[in-house]
Design a binder for this molecule. Structure first.
Ligand code: NAP
Length: 260
């Protein structure tokens, strides 16, 4: 046995041998999922709007676990950008087994002040981006009879919230997309699920107003915002063999903000 083979065996490994695409991987929840997947032995194709240098921290953290990690700069809302990313990720790793649609943006506005451009951009990244990445990566998963799609929604897509109609609409639609696609492809070996986190301490949360965050904190049963590391285990579960009976579900690491 070579050192490289011995090292392969030593890696903890619920995702060993899998290739995962994670979008929005340069920051926050996506960076946490990338590192968590790397820790579990996955090879990674990391995708973000920012360039490779700006994604250096997550690339270093993921590579420290010994797997193969590639980076692909892409705008998930743009069809040609996603097509190029899907081709490059597949070429870099030979195949893609797991897709985490995590890239997302957040802005805040009362509906009466919300610009049409803001509505369109939030829907384009959060919903169209989820559609495009899935559309251009799922076919080989279906052909091979194994795949996982994990869509990062939000608890605001389940319960709504003030000043976030566009964001809530995009995330509610991601949950509906998840259910519909899950029904379509589960028998072909591809399992599609969503995670709807509550408020998690990332740069995105910093974009919410202080007033909004205080009000949310006051109503959260757990009395604190979540950490990225409290979302990652759910993503590992849904991406791995252990998640083999989850179909079209929306799992909620949300501090009790939503109780179904
Ligand atoms: P974040 O720290 O802002 O990270 C999002 C990442 O996605 C950023 O690196 C961002 O790049 C990238 N991105 C944005 N638009 C993109 C595009 N068009 N194409 C490719 N990448 C793009 O936010 P986060 O909190 O980790 O959020 C991750 C996901 O979790 C989002 O879908 C968000 O809606 C969801 N979520 C977050 C929370 C929370 O409280 N944090 C709660 C529920 C759900 P730039 O920095 O260049 O924009």
């Amino acid at each position: 046995m070579t050192d490289a083979e011995r090292f392969e065996l030593d890696r903890p490994g619920r995702l060993r041998g899998r290739v995962a695409v994670v979008t929005g991987a340069a920051s926050g929840i996506g960076a946490g999922i990338a590192e968590g997947f790397a820790r579990e032995g996955a090879d990674l194709a990391l995708v973000d709007l920012v360039d490779e240098r700006s994604a250096g921290a997550v690339l270093d953290a993921a590579r420290a676990h010994g797997g193969r990690v590639s980076f692909h700069q892409a705008d998930v809302s743009d069809e040609s950008s996603v097509v190029s990313m899907a081709e490059a990720a597949t070429a870099a790793h030979g195949r893609v087994d797991v897709l985490v649609n995590n890239a997302g943006i957040f802005t805040q506005s009362l509906l009466e002040d919300l610009s049409v451009a803001d509505w369109d951009r939030v829907l384009a990244v959060n919903l169209r981006g989820t559609f495009l990445c899935t559309r251009f990566l799922i076919a080989p998963m279906l052909d091979r009879g194994w795949g996982r799609v994990v869509n990062i929604a939000s608890q605001l897509g389940q319960v709504g919230g003030t000043e976030v109609t566009h964001y809530s609409a995009s995330k509610g639609a991601v949950i509906a997309f998840t259910k519909a696609l899950a029904r379509e492809v589960a028998r072909r070996g591809v399992l599609v699920n969503a995670i709807a986190p509550g408020p998690i301490r990332t740069p995105l949360l910093e974009r919410e107003t202080e007033q909004w965050r205080s009000a949310k904190l006051a109503e959260l049963p757990i009395g604190r915002f979540g950490e990225v590391g409290e979302v990652v285990p759910t993503a590992v579960l849904l991406a791995s063999e252990e998640g083999s009976y989850y179909v079209g579900q929306t799992l909620g690491p949300n501090g009790g903000d939503v109780m179904l």
